[in-house]
Ligand binder design. Structure first.
Ligand SMILES: [Zn+2]
Ligand SMILES: [Zn+2]
Length: 76
């Protein structure tokens, strides 16, 4: 069975992923990057894709990712 990875992915308002580095404040690290800013954080599983709906703040997405990882562990 393939190894399953669960990540928290920042998303823009159009649901596309943000790959920019940002400061803890959420502002882009590079002001020239053209990053419009993240509006949501999605939990993405390598097996299931998006898990639930994206969260508006990272502190809510992270425990959702941990919970999903534990579901996989429990299923084995
Ligand atoms: Zn960005
Ligand atoms: Zn999964």
């Amino acid at each position: 069975m393939a190894r399953i990875t669960v990540i928290v992915e920042p998303r823009y308002a159009d649901n596309s992923p943000c790959k920019h580095a940002v400061k803890p404040s959420g502002k882009p690290r590079d002001p020239e990057s053209g990053c419009p800013g993240r509006t949501a954080f999605a939990v993405v599983c390598s097996e299931h894709g998006d898990v639930g709906r994206p969260h508006h703040v990272k502190v809510l997405a992270e425990p959702a990712g941990v919970a999903h990882r534990q579901e996989h562990r429990a299923a084995h």
